[in-house]
Design a protein around this ligand. Structure first.
Ligand code: FAD
Length: 384
């Protein structure tokens, strides 16, 4: 599709190379199969992780420890192209890089970094991030999972819910209350007392593994705690990293829906004309294009702020709120243009549409990001 605003002209040659490399990976290794994975509710993580690692996409914006060390816009462009394939694929990469590797990289000890980051960058070890609990989603500060000191060890008890990659992970970054406040723990999933049953019957993000985590008197050495952070700002800083990837990623999902709708509208004939020749269809397509391009502009602007070290959490809330809403509207409009074909997995649209329902909720719901903006505008917090 034409880049009418010539947005990608603003990318550097390196960023364009990353775009083209990820796009061709998605076209060869994801698009021919992802409809089946979605239908079968599976994500072939062990096959894909090393391939994603060899492309430098795991922890790609982190420096050192065999990570690619790219700028933020490059990471965003990669997320955009991954999510044009499927939000489950982008979620895998976001969780690995931004939610599991980032806290180890930012707050971990040298030993934790050496032990996990190179393997995670290569895709030979998979990570997950346990913050949400059955009773605490938008309000993680009240979490019940508790780590208690026993001599120099920690004993972890509690549970987490909706954890992406949970049952396929080699390592879980788990956030728990302690006598000192919320701390992060690097938990090898082989530790006795750890279990991670998969959550089934999802109708969204089906090509993504989602699990509960249970910790039953799980004993951890003193060296398991992330030494560099205490309090909710630890997990929130990880979420800021991952939300940045979502802001870009959903532009890819929206673009994929728009492309499918344009191509369908040009070939589907009703009343002796391609449906794309009807003004009502063109109005939908025009607004879908406007929404996709505006979301792309937002992503690029926030990416440039991030590369300048100036990106603030409330700006990330703006981007997550605006771009996910836009992408979901675009997916829904695309679905109408495809008529009955809009509800089958023969086309990508309903898969993206259903996936975006999860993206709307995870990493801070629309309502929570609305409240962040409301507070930014009024100075008045309305969370409780
Ligand atoms: P709740 O917090 O119970 O919210 C329910 C509704 O109430 C929402 O509409 C919400 O906006 C609204 N609400 C809540 N508080 C307020 C308020 N103060 N004012 C107005 N409205 C309010 N979590 C992880 O830790 N790790 C993961 O890897 C992970 N992966 C996920 C993957 C999927 C597919 C999904 C669906 C979720 C995942 N999550 C993960 C959890 C996700 O972050 C939570 O679902 C999300 O934070 C919302 O929490 P909740 O589902 O408990 O909803």
């Amino acid at each position: 599709m034409d880049d009418l605003l010539r947005l990608d002209d603003r990318l550097t040659a390196d960023q364009r190379l990353i775009r083209d490399t990820v796009k061709s990976f998605v076209s060869d290794r994801i698009l021919p199969y992802v409809g089946d994975w979605f239908e079968e509710a599976r994500f072939p993580a062990r096959e894909l992780a090393p391939a994603l690692g060899s492309l430098g996409l795991l922890g790609m914006h982190l420096q050192g420890y065999d990570c690619a060390g790219t700028d933020a816009v490059s990471y965003g462009v990669a997320c955009r192209e991954l999510e044009a394939g499927d939000s489950g694929l982008r979620s895998f990469v976001s969780v690995q890089g931004s939610l599991a590797m980032f806290p180890i990289w930012r707050y971990g000890s040298d030993e934790q970094k050496e032990e996990w980051l190179p393997r995670m960058a290569a895709g030979s070890a998979i990570g997950c991030f346990g913050l949400t609990e059955p009773d605490f989603g938008s309000d993680p500060g009240n979490m019940r999972t508790y780590a208690k000191k026993d001599g120099s060890d920690w004993i972890l008890n509690g549970s987490k819910m909706w954890i992406t990659n949970g049952s396929i992970a080699d390592v879980a970054v788990v956030w728990a209350q302690t006598d000192e406040g919320i701390r992060g723990f690097v938990v090898p999933t082989s530790t006795p007392g750890f279990s991670a049953p998969e959550i089934h019957k999802k109708l969204s993000l089906r090509a993504s593994v989602t699990s509960s985590l249970y910790f039953d008197d799980l004993r951890l050495p003193a060296s398991a705690v992330l030494p560099g952070v205490t309090g909710l700002r630890g997990p929130l800083s990880c979420l800021s990293e991952a939300r940045f990837g979502i802001i870009w990623g959903v532009v890819g999902a929206a673009r994929a829906c728009l492309e499918a709708a344009v191509s369908y509208a040009k070939t589907r004939v009703q009343f002796d004309k391609p449906i794309g020749a009807f003004q009502l269809t063109q109005e939908k397509l025009a607004w879908m294009y406007v929404g996709t391009a505006q979301a792309g502009l937002t992503a690029l602007h926030l990416g440039e702020l991030k590369d300048a070290g100036q990106l603030e959490p409330r700006q990330i809330s703006f981007g997550k709120l605006a771009n996910v809403r836009a992408a979901l509207d675009i997916a829904r409009q695309a679905r109408t243009i495809l008529g009955g074909n809009g509800i089958t997995l023969e086309y990508p649209v309903i898969r993206h549409m259903n996936n975006l329902e999860s993206v709307l909720t995870y990493e801070g719901t629309q309502e929570i990001h609305t409240l962040v903006l409301g507070e930014a505008l009024t100075g008045l917090g309305a969370y409780r």
